[in-house]
Write a protein of this length. Structure first.
Length: 456
């Protein structure tokens, strides 16, 4: 095991990898319920059950690709933003299962494009061609984005009709409404203090301790109603599995009624491709930076293998019946817990596999316990801001927009795209355009196309 995963070579241990794998799973376990909710627009029934199984299988396979092909401590599942876009494009407006199965064809084709770009090395070239200021800003932006997700998940940051967001309203609120936010803040300080004291496994210990505090503070016990979804496999095979190979699915994928014709289908394929590509690029730069797994040029090691894992997961995910599978930014929580090899991904995949039969495994750890881990990861990744070149205004402006737009637009890809557009505009107008800026200019044009026509 040590020889295969290079555990000692990367300065880790089996125990650390197991802890990291568990940490990553609990940080992203919400997707196995949220994913079906987003894709189907329902919270139960045969359609939901089928997509639940598909979501779990997509996560298992995608994460195992990272474990055994790339030997990297990352996990994959269907992406939140892409799920919402999938629903709006294919399922909503009474398109239902017919639209869902047609959408799987679009996702499959976008995955094929990813794979071709990955195998030819084009995706790696695109990633490495990004300006240094943007590459170094990506981990910082992802850190803020992860922390923002954590704050939102427990209501520390809430909606406000006047200012869009606000801090949790404690005065006059009922305890049951603010308990998740208060407990999560306590959990955050537990993780930080344990880390400050150099306690190994501080993140996982903090998650477990915060879970106990939450159940004591709310005077309730976790639900252990298991096994109810094992009967969903028949619905999975009927509705989701290999549905994209049906002739009618391909016909509908390019029909006027479902996607607005061939041109609409092409726009959707390009949109899914661009978003997934740059979501993955951003996540790799962010997590690799945190893990110290960058090469001498500041690029993630084995990037092409990672890109191939991502594209393959999208293809097999579509075959299973789920939306675009992508590398989860929550993988950074496992990296923060010490994960450095594919063994941690194996552990995460095993946890997902158990969710096929033991539904409570995903719900016994409350959001109040995982949110502190996400916020803590944000703290760690924010330190990368010191590596950004602040002596040139062009670099500062592009880096700032990359960072701030990730949490504000709720998208890693959008942050990279807006940063690239800003960099190119400033470069052209200041007369500093050079031959090595051609690649980032193409990226900027792709994002302009996406922003104008893509709708995601």
């Amino acid at each position: 095991m040590n020889k295969f995963f290079k555990i000692k070579e990367r300065g880790s241990s089996v125990k650390t990898e197991i802890v990291a794998g568990l940490t990553t799973f609990f940080a992203m376990a919400y997707i196995i319920v949220l994913g079906p909710n987003q894709i189907t627009g329902t919270t139960g029934g045969p359609f939901w059950n089928a997509v639940y199984i598909a979501t779990v299988f997509g996560a298992i396979l995608g994460t195992l690709y990272y474990a055994f092909y790339a030997n990297l401590p990352y996990a994959q599942a269907c992406g939140i933003g892409l799920n919402a876009f999938f629903f709006a494009s294919f399922v909503n407006m009474d398109k239902g299962i017919t639209g869902y199965q047609a959408g799987l064809v679009i996702v499959f084709l976008s995955g094929v494009i990813f794979l071709v770009l990955s195998l030819t090395g084009a995706r790696e070239v695109i990633a490495k061609s990004m300006p240094d200021c943007i590459k170094k800003a990506i981990p910082v932006g992802i850190g803020l984005f992860i922390a923002f997700i954590g704050f939102q998940n427990v209501g520390i940051i809430q909606d406000n009709p006047g200012t869009l967001v606000q801090f949790v309203q404690i005065n006059g609120a009922e305890w049951k409404d603010i308990a998740p936010a208060i407990v999560a803040l306590i959990g955050f300080f537990i993780i930080v203090i344990l880390s400050q004291l150099n306690v190994k496994g501080a993140v996982l210990i903090g998650v477990v301790a915060t879970s106990v505090i939450y159940y004591v503070a709310t005077w309730q016990l976790p639900s252990f109603e298991g096994g109810s979804l094992t009967g969903s496999f028949s619905e999975f095979f009927e509705i989701s599995f290999l549905a994209m190979f049906k002739p009618e699915s391909w016909k509908n994928a390019f029909s006027e009624e479902i996607v607005g014709g061939v041109f609409g289908a092409i726009l959707l394929i390009i949109s899914f491709s661009i978003v997934n590509m740059f979501d993955t690029i951003g996540t790799l730069y962010g997590t690799a930076s945190e893990a110290g797994m960058l090469d001498e040029h500041g690029d993630p090691i084995d990037m092409n293998k990672a890109m191939t894992c991502d594209s393959t997961a999208t293809i097999t995910g579509a075959m299973c019946g789920t939306s675009t599978c992508t590398t989860f930014v929550e993988s950074a929580s496992g990296v923060a817990a010490g994960g450095r090899t594919g063994l941690s991904s194996v552990v995460t995949a095993i946890c997902f596999a158990l969710c096929l039969f033991l539904t409570p495994i995903a719900s016994i750890i409350p959001a109040a316990a995982t949110a502190p881990a996400l916020i803590y990861v944000g703290v760690l990744m924010f330190r990368n801001v010191t590596s950004i070149d602040m002596t040139e205004l062009r670099s500062k402006a592009a880096a700032f927009l990359t960072i701030i737009m990730m949490p504000l637009t709720y998208s890693i890809a959008n942050g990279i795209g807006i940063g690239a557009i800003a960099y190119v505009i400033i470069t052209l107008c200041s007369g500093k355009f050079k031959k090595n800026d051609i690649a980032v200019t193409i990226v900027a044009l792709l994002f302009l196309f996406k922003f104008i026509f893509g709708g995601i």
